[in-house]
Ligand binder design. Structure first.
Ligand SMILES: [Fe+2]
Length: 320
């Protein structure tokens, strides 16, 4: 029996806008039994704890220094879900495809349906994280290097996406994020919200935006379950390589290396030269190293917000 498509009500005209605009559409992941509390608890029990991100955060969207890394300790999956329901906890089940066959199948089918729906779309380097988070939890203003899509499944969340045309993000910032020298969570000014496109995301909706569009998210109701997928396509790889080539060759060669133009022979040559440079140790750009937050809390059902600060952790997290 042919499987039911995972996207709903997509028209070719609408799908064609996906890579060019902040884009909301419908899917039907929220109707699948794999996102019930019972199945999620079992998934959390089976998922390797070293690939489970456990975080908490403050309430002010400007204070990204209040983001904390935590430990799930020996809590069961069901207890972790309870902590998400009643506390202020954000779980990131990383590399969910690698450890759960049903997710590997789901993400394969999602991308097959996407490529069938969007004219000309050919994706690669797929990755997926399952996000389980408390009512009121937030993800600070940041931008991502690949193309990312947020498939919302349970609860409600408000998403602010700041169109690239507003010029909030400079080319130097994108270069810094791609090179791993600047945290992907960037400084944020509340007045930028006036420039944002905001959406109250409901179960069964997916949001995506052009690559490098900065965004932030606040959960507004209930336990939130979302699947975050990332991918590349040829245009996305070209964009990242042109930015990285500008940054890299500016430090090695004369010239301004400022053009972010993605088409034409100069862009193709930059991409080629960067790929070549990566193979030559003497001139290869450094490989980005992500910042690792120290663990400063444990999830504890008896603590306020289900967050118990560890001995030695300051009530004020270290600025990063
Ligand atoms: Fe993101």
């Amino acid at each position: 029996m042919p499987r039911q498509p995972l996207l709903e009500n997509w028209t070719p005209e609408q799908a064609d806008r996906m890579n060019r605009a902040i884009f909301v559409a419908q899917h039907r992941l929220h109707t699948l039994p794999m996102f019930s509390n019972e199945v999620l608890a079992e998934l959390l029990d089976r998922h390797p704890r070293e690939h489970l991100g456990v975080n908490t955060m403050g309430r002010d969207p400007v204070r990204r220094d209040e983001w904390r890394e935590g430990s799930a300790g020996d809590l069961t999956g069901s207890e972790l879900l309870q902590a998400c329901e009643q506390g202020r906890v954000w779980l990131n089940v990383r590399r969910v495809r690698d450890y759960h066959q049903d997710y590997a199948d789901l993400i394969r089918d999602l991308y097959a349906d996407l490529e069938a729906a969007v004219p000309g779309l050919e994706t690669f380097n797929h990755s997926a994280n399952l996000l389980i988070s408390s009512p009121g939890a937030q993800v600070y203003y940041h931008l991502d290097c690949p193309v990312n899509m947020l498939w919302h499944i349970r609860g409600r969340k408000r998403v602010w996406a700041y169109p690239l045309e507003t010029g909030i993000v400079s080319d130097a910032t994108v270069e810094g994020v791609l090179a791993g020298e600047m945290s992907e969570e960037l400084d944020f000014r509340p007045e930028w919200d006036e420039l944002a496109i905001t959406t109250e995301l409901e179960p069964g909706e997916i949001i995506t935006w052009p690559q490098h569009t900065p965004h932030r998210v606040v959960n507004t109701e209930g336990l939130n379950i979302s699947l975050s997928t990332e991918h590349m396509d040829r245009a996305a790889a070209r964009r990242n390589n042109v930015y990285l080539a500008n940054r890299h060759f500016r430090s090695l060669l004369p010239g301004k290396w400022n053009s972010a133009k993605l088409t034409g022979p100069a862009a193709a040559l930059k991409e080629f030269a960067l790929r070549l440079a990566r193979r030559i140790p003497a001139i290869a750009p450094p490989v980005p190293q992500g910042y690792k937050y120290p663990q400063s809390f444990a999830v504890d059902l008896a603590a306020p917000d289900c967050v118990r600060l560890l001995d030695g952790a300051s009530a004020e997290p270290a600025a990063v």
